[in-house]
Design a protein around this ligand. Sequence first.
Ligand SMILES: Cc1cc2nc3c(=O)[nH]c(=O)nc-3n(C[C@H](O)[C@H](O)[C@H](O)COP(=O)(O)OP(=O)(O)OC[C@H]3O[C@@H](n4cnc5c(N)ncnc54)[C@H](O)[C@@H]3O)c2cc1C
Length: 231
Amino acid sequence: MAEPTRVADIISLIPLTPHTTELVLRPVEGPMSFKPGQWISLQLPVGDHPPLNRAYSLAEPPSSTGHLTLVFDHVPGGKGSGYLGSLKPGDQLSFSGPYGHFLLPDSPSTALLLVGRYSGLVPLRCMIRSMAAQGTLPSTTLIAQAPSGAEQLYHEEFLALAAAQSDFHYLSFVTEDPAAPATADAVKQTAGNGHRVTPLIAGIKAFARPLRALLMELGYDRKEVKLETYD
Ligand SMILES: Cc1cc2nc3c(=O)[nH]c(=O)nc-3n(C[C@H](O)[C@H](O)[C@H](O)COP(=O)(O)OP(=O)(O)OC[C@H]3O[C@@H](n4cnc5c(N)ncnc54)[C@H](O)[C@@H]3O)c2cc1C
């Protein structure tokens, strides 16, 4: 069933990297409940046939403020992300949600393997923060890929978590090539060689699909590999 359309005030727009912005919203009618990994659909007054619907993952778990935190990357020539970049605090946005089945397993029986490219890290970061806040973060490897050193989203935060929690491993790769062999090798090392993990992958198709294929070569069932693709 379609979720009702809601209106939200924009609380802040803060650059996280040269080409990504954190957008914090406050739904005017009160908090929305959601699960880490889910997304909302923004209805933007742009494009040839407005509204233009664009999906954005939630970056922060539910909080007492009811604020919804999104992060968007400025896609070159992108209609939706271009519009978001033109907004300012006090403006309003329409949205519906939450949506999506890219969720953590109820009680992971194996270690987690979280793999994301660029803004694909957003739902994974939400999951990690939720589990870390509740003290339920299992043994987890996060493999992150960024298009450049300056665009390593949440890099300092993940480094700090890895330093604080011996069970959290953070591997970061910088490459313009979403299908870069080094990232695939890291996935193979973590999920192959007799290791069994629960894999979740997010990002553009050119990144996510070859990694799912690799995991299937390693013996994982297609349904075991959770995928969230952005394009
Ligand atoms: C479930 C889901 C969750 C998502 N969560 C996020 C999120 O948290 N943060 C975020 O930034 N985006 C996210 N996206 C992508 C987002 O919905 C838009 O597709 C993206 O912002 C581009 O929209 P646009 O209107 O700016 O570009 P468009 O005008 O639609 O496209 C412009 C050009 O960019 C290409 N393109 C489209 N999408 C992407 C992309 N994601 N990366 C690179 N090139 C692209 C198109 O092929 C086209 O050539 C998510 C998508 C889905 C389906």
